[in-house]
Design a protein around this ligand. Structure first.
Ligand code: TYM
Length: 338
């Protein structure tokens, strides 16, 4: 009997700064169950990190930390290819071809480009503008069908679809046209101090974010300081415009304690915010502690991590080479004779 061909999933996280609870609940955590059903590739997108200024030694450390974190969060190297973007040179090569397909106007309109240009006004480099083209290259290189990401990346996946369709129309069918996979409630975890903005790795105020390496005491302290609401009605209500902070904490609680938001609302009915925030902290700490212990253990075994990365890059390269050869042929480049 013919072997069933699994659909492909691709996603990645940048090794920039510290990974947040938003990255975990919006992305990494949702990748684990996909491994059972799909052919998955999960990448540490180090080339993307270079679009903002990096300290080289820190980038190297963050990259390995993130690989260990992927595994500690439940990604299984025997089921999924785990690899580093720069280890598969086809990502950068395909990005060049796609640069000739993407329009300056559409890249200029990307929300993230506009945000980052504002935040890094002294370093609006071409890479920052081309960031979504490199992301399209990551996705299209693997004939990806599903891209599990948080809400902030939907626009980039839409652009990827447009680029794929434009290329296919111009040069005949070449790329699968991917779709976003959004988690229902975790797709936009908000800042603890400004709960209408997303929780972001690059937030200059460390108290606004929970990182996956925060100690139990730090998590508790940050959550106690979290903004709750602007009115005086001490009630845990989800999705109330006057209570974006409470809504965000309820969301975090429901995801970490594995209860519905309605159950959580009931649980904290008539209780003050102090009790509520401590319970959120307990739930977050219970999720983070086993991940932290496992990440630490993995980081002490560099040989194992290198082996995982070698295998992952090998699998990724095989697929990437095939797609890039097809693309080069379609656009009219002559293959090198060996
Ligand atoms: P990065 O590292 O900024 O974010 C990694 C993932 O975390 C999600 N995320 C969130 N989800 C919910 N709430 C939040 N507050 C929150 N903050 C971040 C992001 O949506 C993302 O899924 N450009 C990508 C990296 C990338 C990529 C790719 C992803 C490069 N190439 C190809 C998918 C496919 C990014 O945002 O990384």
């Amino acid at each position: 009997m013919a072997e069933e061909v699994k659909k492909r999933v691709f996603s990645g996280v940048q090794p920039t700064g510290k990974v947040t609870l938003g990255n975990y609940l919006g992305a990494i955590r949702n990748w684990t169950p996909l491994q059972e059903q799909y052919d998955c590739l999960f990448c540490v997108v180090d080339l993307h990190s270079l679009t903002v200024t990096q300290v080289p030694a820190e980038l190297r450390k963050n990259t390995l930390d993130l690989v260990a974190l992927y595994i500690a969060c439940g990604l299984d190297p025997d089921k999924s290819a785990l690899f580093i973007q720069s280890h598969v040179h086809e990502h950068a090569e395909l990005a060049w071809i796609l640069d000739t397909i993407a329009y300056v106007g559409e890249l200029n309109r990307m929300t993230q480009f506009k945000d980052k240009s504002r935040k890094h006004a002294d370093n609006i480099n071409m890479g920052l503008m081309n960031y979504p083209v490199l992301m399209a290259s990551d996705i299209l290189l693997y004939q990806t069908e599903y891209v599990p990401v948080g809400k902030d990346q939907v626009q980039h996946v839409e652009l990827t679809r447009n680029i794929a369709e434009r290329f296919n129309a111009r040069y005949s069918d070449t790329f699968a046209v991917p779709q976003c996979l959004l988690s229902k409630s975790g797709n936009s975890i908000k800042s603890l101090l400004e709960p209408t903005a997303k929780m972001s790795k690059s937030d200059p105020n460390d108290n606004a974010i929970i990182t996956l390496t925060d100690s139990a005491d730090t998590v508790r302290r940050k959550l106690r300081r979290a903004v709750t609401d602007s009115d005086t009605d001490v009630r845990c209500v989800h999705s109330s415009p006057s209570k974006p902070g409470v809504s965000n904490l309820l969301n975090i609680y429901s995801l970490c304690a594995d209860v519905t938001v309605e159950e959580a609302e009931k649980q904290f009915e008539g209780k003050g915010y102090g009790v509520f925030k401590d319970a959120v902290a307990d739930a977050v700490i219970a999720v983070l502690e086993p991940i932290q212990a496992e990440q630490k253990r993995l980081l002490s075994d560099k040989a194992y991590l290198e082996n995982v990365l070698g295998q992952g890059a090998e699998k990724a390269s095989r697929i990437a080479q095939k797609t890039l050869a097809k693309v080069y042929r379609k656009v009219g480049l002559i293959p090198r004779v060996r």
